[in-house]
Ligand binder design. Sequence first.
Ligand code: ARG
Length: 480
Amino acid sequence: MTGEDKFPAVEVLDGKPQKLSLKREVGLVGAVSLVAGTMIGSGIFMSPQFVLVNIGSPGGSLVIWAACGLLAVLGSLCYAELGTVIRESGGEYIYILRTSGPVLAFILIFSSVIFVRPASVAGISLSFAEYALAPFYQDCPCPQLVVKCVAAAGIVVTATVNCLNVRFAMSMQVFFMVAKVLALSVIIIGGVVLLIRGETESFEDSFNGTNLGINPIGIAFYQGLWSYDGWNNLNYVTEELKRPEVNLPRTVMIAIPMVTMLYLLVNVSYLAAMTPRELMLSSAVAVTWGNKVLGSWGWVMSIAAALSAFGSLNGTFFSGGRVCFVAAREGHMPDILAMAHVNRLTPSPALIFTTAISLLVLIPGDFQSIVNFFSFTAWFFYTITLSGLLYLKIKKPELPRTYSVPIVIPILVIMAAIFLVMAPIIDNPAIEYLYVTIFIFSGVLVYVPFIHYKLCPGLLEKVTVFLQLFLEVAPADKNL
Ligand code: ARG
């Protein structure tokens, strides 16, 4: 029995209960903003100095940024094919479920719900808070408690908007995307002016000092890839996309190259305004850039960076809530998480759940470690997902697909992804990565008793009915 049979669907039409479904409200512009708006967030304002510290030279750092962009483009083309073959929402979760089976899919959803999503929400909100507070603490570091409280407020506000109205959340996404593309354009134009004035010092002998160790390259990639993460965002909401077979490939081909170009040019501008050393030492690079280039208007950059992170937070919530929702629909999460509000049609229980865990992660979390562990775990699962695509291409060529990538692309991305996951382990292994790996696989300990053997089946029913009435939610249907 699924959640949809056990709990009443509330809407009644012609005397028959109707199942609620999320509407197909996302068109091409919304989709591009959903992808680009989530990708551009905290990273481009926080990571450049860490990429540089690890890789050691400005030339090397630009190569890393370009390579991360290429990886995101190639990865998303693979996902576009996956999205047109498997037309359900849910991203990696649903692809792993359909290609590699329920155990791996459960392990993914378990890590994703308990760590990956909340970690990304917490990471982005921390950068939102740092930048929002920067103008008020120009001469001294901002107290951590204040940063965390503002970050928590940011999380609660975005979650509330997403619970109230899909359309409003989408318009917010478009608004923030325009704002941040403008902000990045200001940085780029400033950079062009500096270059024309001959500020090219950082680019002389630009590969001098490049670090070629596996570990530093891997960590530099983790930092860069954090800024690109979100390239797969549309695959979480395929069911809400108008004409996914057309809009999915089209969106990624517009959004990701655009973001890559912006990031590269912004990095060039940072390096034109600062020496590599200044860049490495700056704690909030956009503020340092603003103070140097815009003078007394420098504070504008901190507001822009804060808004950018806020938009990314919104996009992360928009798609993140939906993953819980799909997994609950498949019986891998409590039923309540598969329900949508009866009038607003937003998956509010899943959103509330993600918020609660994100707030918990925020308490001990710091931006740097969050990013590294996030990238490690995320690429671990991207590797499994892409292997699923290879499997479909080789074993099920007959499945109808409106978009198909050349097989070398998933092979290349898988090789890169394996390198990424192994890099911090092979060379100079840090014990934390072992803990993360153990945590990822500990999902099996929950899967075997509760999902496979269905121990304590009635446990959640009473709670579900109570919460259903309290939150005014009902089971939602698939929208294929
Ligand atoms: N790229 C975003 C940033 O730079 C982080 C995205 C986190 N991942 C996600 N799926 N929302 O802030």
